[in-house]
Write a protein that binds this ligand. Structure first.
Ligand code: SF4
Length: 204
């Protein structure tokens, strides 16, 4: 969990993310988003809703905007890719103890979902992505990204993680010339983290 603070945006209205997308587009146009980020924090009462202080809220929002802007830039290239992988965070599993039946493959390194719980977010994401031809990896940490990409080459990768980790992974993908799409976590932490399943469906 790279952020030194925890956040939960899962109850913020969907319109908030449209605003993030709009500002991200403007970032590409004007490269000045500081005022817009402060505006969106005030407008959606992000500090009140999440308990974040202003500096952390700005940090979080700037990362979300940067991630969304990179998604826009990479989207066309990503859509042309033929071999794709989906990287999911292990902390979004329904269970983090031995009730999770996933096997950990240390040589990859990735968990392999055993589909034990129909309502597990990782199970749902894995099932739909595999049907669409993705190789799915459930990562114990961001350092696994480059290890996996050295083991097997992909033209396109979708990653789900917190904004800070997504920015780091984006740099690795750039170096390896892999087209990336990123889905930020709505709720971070060491367990029960959340991402928006609809956003994943639209991105796949
Ligand atoms: S569905 Fe998969 S990831 Fe979720 S708890 Fe079961 S084995 Fe673990």
């Amino acid at each position: 969990m790279p952020y030194k603070f925890t956040f939960d945006l899962s109850r913020i209205p969907r319109f908030f993310f449209k605003e993030v997308a709009r500002i991200s587009y403007e970032k590409e146009m004007h490269k000045k988003v500081a005022d817009a980020v402060q505006d969106i924090i005030r407008k959606f009462k992000i500090q009140e809703a999440t308990g974040l202080n202003l500096a952390d809220a700005v940090h979080l929002l700037e990362d979300l905007v940067a991630v969304e802007a990179k998604n826009l830039l990479e989207r066309e290239k990503f859509l042309k890719t033929k071999t794709r992988a989906l990287f999911l965070p292990h902390c979004s599993r329904k269970y983090m103890d031995n009730r999770c039946m996933a096997k950990f493959e240390s040589n990859i390194p990735s968990y392999v979902c055993a589909h034990c719980s129909p309502d597990c977010l990782i199970n749902r994401a894995t099932s739909i992505a595999e049907k669409k031809g993705y190789d799915v990896f459930i990562l114990p940490g961001g350092s696994c990204v480059s290890k996996i990409l050295r083991l097997k080459q992909y033209e396109g990768v979708i990653g789900v993680a917190c904004g800070e980790e997504l920015k780091l992974a984006g740099e690795i993908l750039d170096q390896m010339k892999v087209a990336g799409q990123a889905i930020p976590l709505l709720k971070n932490g060491c367990a029960n983290t959340l991402f928006n399943f609809e956003t994943l469906l639209q991105t796949l």
